[in-house]
Design a protein around this ligand. Sequence first.
Ligand code: PGA
Length: 246
Amino acid sequence: MKKLHLIGNLKMNLSKQELEPYFKELATVAQNTEQTVGVCVPFVYLPLAQTYLQNSKVLYGAQNMSNQISGAFTGEISASMLQDFGTQLVILGHSERRQLFGETDKMVNQKVLKALEENLTPILCVGETLQQRAEGKTKELVTQQLQAGLQGVNAANLQKMYIAYEPIWAIGTGKSASATDAEQVIDVIKQWLQQNKGATTNVLYGGSLKPSNAQELLRVPNIDGGLIGGASLNATQFADIINTQL
Ligand code: PGA
């Protein structure tokens, strides 16, 4: 059976009170599976994640970080600050960061390099809008995002990170990409990585992944796992995805 990597993205959801039982349940789920389980939490809950998850099999992470090392950057959080709380994962270049907070490919690339320097595992997100898909520009856009986001990343470093293919039209809409659509773009991603970096890495699918479509998507041979937003907010639902029978 292939090993899957299933990572939750809580976004700006759940309270401290809700997270305590959530982390406990997730730790138990991870204990009873061969799959890699992770969860990316709001910054302020990283100490709580550390308390509950550091001795578990659950990897925990942040959803963003600064492209700067330190200094006068009000409101920002650096890679080394994440390290101070035992953080292992960091989502970078999520489409919500790009679209709502103006993150550019260049900034995303700087973040990827900083994260790797601090031994964090970046999850670099790429994906097209509905319009770009309709215009037949998906392949071009995704390879552009890889080209820019992975500048200066070599084969060895690439293998220490994840790429998440998240079509923007599928995020939070309840309508995931079809297995065929996801497979086609992930093929493009893996071929590009092999040709340009001399290696590939684990590529996750993200966008309305939920228990009802998990089997169809996760059994696609080149999909190595999922980045799960809405359906990861409930530990039982997330567990159903983690325990998908392929
Ligand atoms: P979703 O979010 O599962 O709620 O569509 C996925 C993501 O944005 O990572």
